[in-house]
Design a protein around this ligand. Structure first.
Ligand code: ZN
Ligand code: ZN
Ligand code: ZN
Ligand code: ZN
Length: 430
């Protein structure tokens, strides 16, 4: 497995598990692999005013009930899409399971139950359909970290709730605890988010006129390792097909990497998410480098000298010291965590304030000025405030002229940093 006609080789070792390496030098933009989904399911909408269609996974502000089960679809044809009609629709209709789900099941987003059901039902439907059975078998091969998950109380609670839903509400008692836990773990560790960009005009490469919010599982795609500076670009099409291309030249034997988490986060935050949600400690070259490839993406300003920066003495330690590159100043790990928690708190307050965009601009500038005193100018939290500011400016009719020029500079700086972690052939593709 692995090869087909693609320039990749499958490898296995104790540290990285299964992963792909380049079988020869791969040129930037070259096709690395294509994959069809094992299963596609709707994702929970990011804002509470929207609904994700259980048929096409399109996001909309209004919905219709599916004629058979009553769950939301954007148009009646979507109720007949096989991923819905042949899967959970039959169970929901038979057991009269209505949305919204009652307590205690409402503690978990409804889309999560659909994801699990679609995976499990592959086994049942596979009894009469070899293609579905093959997809069920592929799902069994995926990493699920069942034993590790059993040590995390929150996951155990969720697993029990979902199991009760499958057994008691759906009346599907044929799925035992291990089978359900494997599916849950496989979804958490391997699912890709297929989110199309609603801003792209229809007809552009990879764009549709609906904004899709789907969760997709792949066999080959799931084998690609994580990199905090990833070397591949992936594109998911509305039908769920995945295409991966080289984001830069990839030398022979180099592991292929893509991003499991947002790479526009600093090392302490990224490594924490990778450890708690993907169960590994990332020791990649960006994580091991206190300057994060020369960007100073998590660096703080020194409190004792005018031009020094505090970086982690050992970024691979979860409680590092922060030491100055110009003077003997050292800070405990709490200095950084408290500073960022305080910034996040103030950021949240502004977002929730409901002020008009003009007033918001003032609040963001104030916050920027305050934290520019404490953080390196490339610090990721400062960049995020700058993005809020840019979004506000885009919404007002007459943004202050002196700010517009600054914004152009900021956008260019952001692009440059983005490309450091997400190398890419063509600036307009992502
Ligand atoms: Zn739809
Ligand atoms: Zn239905
Ligand atoms: Zn890393
Ligand atoms: Zn200093």
């Amino acid at each position: 497995m692995g090869g087909d006609n693609y320039p990749i080789t499958l490898k296995t070792d104790n540290v990285m598990g299964r992963y792909y390496v380049a079988s020869r030098g791969i040129e930037p933009g070259e096709l690395i692999l294509q994959d069809d989904p094992i299963i596609v399911s709707p994702n929970t909408p990011t804002d509470s005013a929207s609904v994700t269609c259980v048929g096409c996974c399109g996001v909309s502000q209004t919905s219709l009930p599916c004629g058979k089960c009553g769950w939301p679809v954007c148009k009646q044809e979507c109720a007949d899409i096989p991923e819905h009609a042949d899967f959970e629709c039959k169970i929901f209709a038979r057991q009269q399971i209505k949305t919204p789900l009652p307590s205690p099941y409402c503690f978990i987003a409804e889309a999560e139950y659909i994801k699990v059901l679609r995976c499990l039902l592959l086994r049942e439907l596979g009894k009469d359909d070899p293609e579905k059975l093959e997809r069920w078998n592929m799902l069994q091969e995926l990493e699920a970290h069942i034993e590790l998950r059993k040590t995390i109380p929150k996951l155990m609670f969720m697993s029990k709730l979902i199991r009760n839903f499958i057994h008691d509400v759906c009346n599907l008692t044929e799925f035992d605890e291990n089978t359900i836990d494997h599916v849950l773990g496989a979804i958490d560790v391997n699912a890709f988010k297929n989110v199309t960009n609603p801003m792209l005009p229809p007809g552009t490469y990879g764009a549709t006129n609906v904004h899709i919010n789907a969760s997709v599982m792949y066999r080959k795609g799931s084998i690609v390792a994580h990199g905090c500076r990833r070397n591949t670009q992936s594109l998911t099409f509305p039908n769920g097909k995945l295409e991966m291309r080289a984001g830069e030249f990839i030398p022979e034997q180099e592991p292929l990497t893509h991003a499991y988490v947002d790479l526009m986060l600093g090392t302490p935050e990224r490594r924490k998410i990778l450890k708690t949600e993907f169960y590994f400690e990332c020791n990649c070259s960006r994580c091991a480098d206190p300057t994060e490839l020369g960007t100073y993406f998590s660096a703080l300003k020194c409190t004792q000298c005018p031009s020094g920066f505090l970086t982690m003495d050992n970024p691979l330690d979860f409680c590092p010291y922060w030491k100055c590159n110009k003077c003997p100043e050292i800070q405990q790990t709490e200095y950084e965590t408290e500073l960022l928690a305080e910034l996040r708190e103030e950021e949240k307050k502004i977002l929730k304030s409901g002020r008009k965009n003009n007033a918001m601009i003032g609040s963001w500038i104030e916050l920027l000025e305050k934290y520019s005193e404490k953080l390196h100018e490339n610090h990721y939290a400062l960049l995020q405030i700058q993005l809020h500011l840019i979004r506000c400016m885009a919404k007002v009719t007459k943004p202050p002229a002196e700010l517009v020029e600054d914004m152009h500079k900021l956008v260019n700086k952001y692009k440059k940093l983005y490309r450091t972690f997400y190398p890419c052939m063509d600036d307009d593709q992502e």
